[in-house]
Design a protein around this ligand. Structure first.
Ligand code: NDP
Length: 286
């Protein structure tokens, strides 16, 4: 039997609708969430991401402001802008689109963002909070994975979850989130000895590798839920890290690429921005 296709596009639209209702209520009490996106240079993929973020903000009623800086921007200039945004009480969320040009140290920029405006959830304070289960902002792509599992009623508690990939933005945070949801979690990577033997034990398999169609049907336990975070541009167009056509015949549920995890990332960013606006208002800022 073919798997349930987990529709990230539809789920993200549902979440945006819910957020639009929430923002409409917030506006009635004088709170308009505001996100500032900073793009340095002219990376075409980043330009598309930033445009999509703007569009999504409009849809939900979040104010969005874009700062486009030239590729020659120095680290000091970017830090000055971040500091200005940190000190601007009208700004609830700051997102500096990565990657940054070579002359800028990404970690220095992430560290400079006020953790209470870090809607990407990349600041070490927010990463640490995720570790101990007190996170206000969790990074968006991993949160999107968890949200999809929950909205499709896939049981996480007690399940064996295997995550392939251990990056700071995908693998590690999603593993931690699954742990908080009471899964038994295993984190695999390029030095894992027998990867297929590990993935075949997974009730929930998350792939964040960056290699097209790397997870094949024989690596998946029959009935597993498979979440494919990968976005790979190939000659045949976009594809994930999972061999979708073959794996959907083995899994019980699976995300496609595109229309899977990707659209959820933006929905989670909007949610973090609304959370930030409510938090700032509660502290007396609007
Ligand atoms: P990274 O390159 O930072 O990490 C890749 C991970 O995969 C590493 O931990 C690496 O292991 C592991 N890996 C690589 N080769 C193998 C292998 N042969 N066997 C087992 N593990 C392997 O990538 P990201 O985490 O940034 O991104 C992963 C994918 O997710 C990419 O396709 C990216 O485009 C996509 N992505 C999608 C997003 C979305 O919004 N949907 C957002 C962010 C990323 P090791 O650590 O040992 O090197």
């Amino acid at each position: 039997m073919s798997a349930t296709i987990i529709d990230g596009k539809k789920t993200s639209s549902d979440i945006k609708r819910e957020l639009a209702d929430e923002v409409a209520q917030l506006k009635k009490v004088g709170i308009t969430p505001k996100l500032v996106v900073v793009l340095v240079g002219e990376d075409p993929a980043s330009e598309i991401y930033v445009k999509n973020k703007e569009k999504a903000c409009d849809l939900v009623g979040i104010d969005s402001v874009k700062h486009l800086l030239p590729a020659s921007t120095s680290q000091k200039e970017l830090l000055d802008l971040v500091n200005k945004l940190n000190n601007d009480d009208s700004v609830n969320g700051i997102l500096v689109q990565l990657p940054l040009p070579k002359q800028i140290d990404e970690n220095a920029i992430i560290l400079a963002i006020d953790p209470e405006k870090d809607v990407d959830g990349f600041h070490p304070i927010n990463v640490g909070a995720l570790m101990i289960g007190t996170a206000t902002f969790s990074s968006c792509t991993p949160s999107g994975c968890i949200e999809l599992l929950k909205r499709y009623n896939i049981k996480i508690e007690g399940s064996k979850a295997v995550v392939v990939g251990r990056s700071n933005i995908v693998g590690k945070p999603v593993a931690m989130m699954l742990l908080h949801e009471n899964a038994t979690v295993e984190l695999c990577h390029s030095r894992t000895r027998d990867l297929a033997a590990e993935t075949r034990q997974a009730d929930i398999l998350i792939a964040g590798i960056g290699k097209p169609k790397f997870i094949t049907a024989d690596m998946v336990k029959p009935g597993a839920a498979v979440i494919d975070v990968g976005i790979n541009r190939t000659e045949d167009g976009l594809c994930g890290d999972v061999d979708f056509e073959a794996v959907k015949e083995v899994a019980s549920a699976i995300t496609p690429v595109p229309r899977g995890v990707g659209p959820m990332t933006i929905a989670m960013l909007l949610r973090n921005t609304v959370t930030a606006a409510k938090m700032h208002a509660a502290k007396g800022r609007k």
